[in-house]
Design a protein around this ligand. Structure first.
Ligand code: GLU
Length: 303
């Protein structure tokens, strides 16, 4: 398989697209990102890496960080985490508050905002936010094999000033007894976690631990790798998760910065970035690009 040729073809195809989606503007600092960016990077099971486009340009990974936070939380708490967060797709927007009342403060899954806030709270426990963020960055840097990965403070500040829905979620969780820290402490950590910046090259490498291929970094047990992948497949794209599974057939986690980390188990870790989003808040061209790549390469978890 000529992966470099497939990547070139994907890039040309998305380059012809007139509709690139809309850049997220509810976090003011993200509203100014140029929607013209496109990058894709693939690490194959033999360890080789192939990239096209702006694969060396850092972007805000936003909710892709929820994958790394979950891996950290499972390592720290093990299955006790599941007392506080479920494993069902929500079918609702990433920042919805609707289900929380019906389900008594137990968020549906770790990848919607309410669930991710609980995961951050659980890892934070009694530590200072600085320690949690240091640990998370350490995990991501080890996964990527690259120390040049940082938090964009301006993005974190911007979301802290405008993140009213996330404050509502956090207070609601606290009212149900499912937040052990004061909401501003947990959210401070959560907003900084979302503000981690990475390039597509770095993100694809950071996804290697989810590939379960020989020679890849082993950061969590194979059992947990499978579970994280299962959640990425069923819940990684909010109310667009079924559509992504249908079209791409691989586990993936998106972020409103326009990045998507996708895993072809045993075969590849794929990062894509195109800042324009579709109606569900997932990268529009990014989704189309991974769909095309998966089809051309013949990658699917369904055979
Ligand atoms: N920081 C964003 C928020 O909480 C993350 C959402 C996303 O990337 O989907 O609203």
């Amino acid at each position: 398989m000529d992966i470099a040729a497939i990547l070139r073809e994907v890039r040309e195809s998305v380059g012809r697209s007139a509709d690139r989606g809309a850049v997220a503007n509810y976090i003011p600092e993200l509203a100014g990102v140029d929607p013209g960016h496109f990058a894709m990077s693939v690490v194959l099971a033999d360890g080789s890496q192939h990239s096209v486009g702006d694969a060396g340009v850092p972007f805000s990974i936003q909710s892709v960080s929820k994958v790394f936070a979950l891996a950290l939380a499972l390592g720290r708490l093990g299955d006790r985490l599941w007392d506080r967060v479920g494993r069902e797709p929500s079918g609702l927007a990433f920042n919805s508050i609707l289900q929380l009342e019906h389900e008594k403060g137990i968020p549906r899954n770790p990848f919607i905002n309410a669930g991710a806030i609980v995961v951050t709270d659980a890892v934070l426990a009694t530590h200072a936010p600085r320690e949690y963020l240091g640990e998370l960055l350490g995990f991501i840097r080890t996964a990527a094999g690259d120390d040049d990965i940082h938090i964009n403070q301006a993005v974190a500040r911007s979301e802290t000033e405008t993140g009213h829905r996330n404050f509502a979620l956090a207070h609601y969780l606290r009212a149900f007894g499912n937040l052990t820290n004061p909401p501003e402490l947990t959210l401070g950590s959560y907003f900084h976690q979302c503000a981690v910046e990475m390039t597509c090259d770095q993100l694809a490498r950071a996804g290697r631990f989810l590939m379960e291929a020989p020679g890849m970094p082993r950061l969590v047990s194979p059992d947990r790798v499978r579970r994280i992948n299962a959640l990425m497949l069923t819940c990684g794209h909010y109310d667009g998760s079924g559509e992504f599974a249908f079209r791409v057939g691989l586990p993936g986690k998106s972020g409103v910065g326009g990045g998507i980390l996708t895993i072809a188990p045993g075969r590849a870790a794929i990062a894509v970035w195109s800042p324009g989003l579709n109606a569900q808040g997932n990268s529009k061209l990014g989704t189309e690009a991974v769909e095309m790549l998966a089809r051309r390469a013949g990658w699917s978890v369904f055979g």
